[in-house]
Design a protein around this ligand. Structure first.
Ligand SMILES: Cc1cc2nc3c(=O)[nH]c(=O)nc-3n(C[C@H](O)[C@H](O)[C@H](O)COP(=O)(O)OP(=O)(O)OC[C@H]3O[C@@H](n4cnc5c(N)ncnc54)[C@H](O)[C@@H]3O)c2cc1C
Length: 455
């Protein structure tokens, strides 16, 4: 249980009903801060600002958590790979966040990993040192030796154990947004920001409601662009001199039934096809295999190319010959917003970059894992622009959580503002990933619940 979960009982309603009421009173309102984007970056920031009593409006053009924050590998991790690239500072910060989240909430659970040693892997010495450093940066002085067990996989000589955190990305976003709403933030899904203009004493933002097709304008003293892969497009609404080195890289995952790969630990290994690191992550009834890393031109390109599915299947098939294309029961994708450029997306930093030189505050890049660190840093910049002092220590809090019983879908409908049955089934429940065979039933239940609430 999270230390805060009791509060869920007292949370105020946040539903289609309350959203439509807030939207009908929105035109012409003034806020201290407007956040564009309801993925994890915007959600974490709204949480801190609302906790500090700052009047905040958060907008998402689609459902909350429908962008990259629905397509991650769901790991709360320091990134062994980033360490191998020499990114010590980034890894340290991510590990600090990992440890905090593992300690304070049950939405992040410990996941045992095994890094396989075979002819394509990093060397034994390199991994001994790497995992030692990984542990030290997380505050544990521990030398890890290779375990001489091939786990029944031909060609494998042994493995190195380590751990990371596993979460549900869309749930993490919703927990932050519901909490921010409860603390007074106006949080509107399906409401796109279509224009940003500098006006006396702030910014005028034009919004367009994609659900009821209302539009209007609000005024904000400070605007924060948390658009993830759309960040450059949002910046262009205001001024077209945004960064030239903002890149987009798509990653896909494939899902197989856990019956086909039944393991209670995750595996990290390198593909024999290109020596990229891949993960095999068991999760409820399925196993998630990912991911790819390929440049794309458009933030809207969530397609899953056949060749990428083949690449993941063939990489895993070397280790587990029973895995073939017909075992794939689902796929999902996400687009990484990366601050940097180059020929290889895998070599571009996963760190975040804040640019407030044009007036509005743009956030480029970042990780799910670093959302709290990003939120604190941006909140301090916001406070200095507002010329106020705020508290950031220990924030953002996860002050809301879902019940784990049969009332969950009704709870989501009342406190997490879904407008369509898909918002419940595909995001709040993510049934297409974790429980594909139950998806039709969950859709039906979501329809019934929303209908009973007047939808
Ligand atoms: C394949 C893959 C695997 C990953 N795995 C991990 C992992 O395991 N661990 C980890 O820590 N990180 C991981 N990441 C990184 C992490 O997922 C992202 O850094 C994070 O989700 C980005 O969140 P965000 O809020 O910045 O962007 P998003 O989640 O994309 O949110 C941006 C939001 O802005 C909205 N928006 C856009 N334009 C407008 C507008 N005009 N008006 C209103 N709203 C607008 C969009 O609808 C969207 O919801 C992964 C990323 C990918 C792609």
């Amino acid at each position: 249980m999270t230390p805060y979960s009791q509060e869920a009982i007292y949370i105020k309603e946040f539903s289609a009903r309350t959203r439509n009421k807030e939207l009908s009173e929105l035109n012409g309102k003034h806020f201290q801060v407007a956040i564009i984007g309801g993925g994890i970056t915007g959600a974490g920031l709204a949480n801190i600002l609302a906790e500090n009593g700052i009047s905040t409006a958060l907008f998402d053009k689609a459902d909350f958590a429908s962008g990259t924050s629905a397509g991650s590998s769901k790991l709360i991790h320091g990134g062994l790979r980033y360490l191998q690239q020499g990114k010590l500072g980034l890894t340290r910060e991510l590990l600090k966040e990992r440890e905090y989240l593992l300690k304070t909430t049950d939405i992040v659970q410990k996941l045992d990993f095994r890094v396989l040693i075979d002819e394509y892997s990093w060397g034994k010495g390199e991994l001994t040192l790497g995992i030692f450093l990984y542990n030290v940066l997380a505050g544990h002085l521990k030398v890890q030796k290779m375990v001489k067990d091939n786990l029944g996989i031909p060609g494998v000589r042994g493995y190195f154990p380590y751990y990371d955190g596993l979460t549900e990305d869309t749930e993490l976003v919703m927990y932050n947004i519901t909490y921010a709403h409860d603390r007074g933030a106006t949080c509107l899904n399906y409401t796109e920001i279509t224009g940003i203009t500098k006006v006396d004493g702030g910014y005028s933002l034009e919004y367009s409601d994609r659900y009821g097709v209302k539009s209007g304008k609000i005024i904000a003293d400070v605007v924060v662009n948390c658009g993830g892969p759309w960040a450059k497009r949002i910046r262009d609404l205001y001024d077209r001199n945004g960064p030239k080195n903002f890149s987009l890289s798509k990653g896909i995952h494939v899902i197989v039934d856990r019956k086909n790969l039944n393991m209670d630990y995750a595996i990290a290994f390198r593909s024999h096809l290109d020596k990229r690191q891949l993960f095999i992550i068991p999760r409820e009834k399925v196993v998630i295999i990912g991911t790819t890393d390929k440049f794309v031109d458009s933030p809207d390109d969530f397609s899953v190319p056949d060749e990428d599915i083949d690449y993941l299947v063939n990489s895993v098939r070397r280790l587990f010959p029973s895995i073939s294309r017909d075992k794939v029961i689902g796929t999902f994708s996400g687009i990484r917003p990366l601050f940097g450029s180059g020929d290889d997306p895998g070599k571009i930093s996963r760190d975040f970059h804040i640019d407030s030189s044009a007036g509005i505050i743009d956030i480029y890049g970042g990780k799910l894992t670093s959302y709290r660190a990003i939120a604190r840093k941006v909140a301090r910049i916001v406070a200095s622009e507002l010329k106020i002092s705020i508290k950031t220590k220990g924030l953002p809090l996860l002050g809301y959580s879902r019940p784990r019983d049969g009332s969950r879908i009704r709870h989501e409908a009342l406190y997490e503002c879904p407008l369509y049955p898909e918002d419940i089934a595909l995001r709040r429940e993510a049934a297409q990933i974790y429980n594909p065979s139950a998806l039709p039933k969950i859709m039906e239940e979501a329809k019934t619940v929303l209908r009973s609430m007047g939808k």
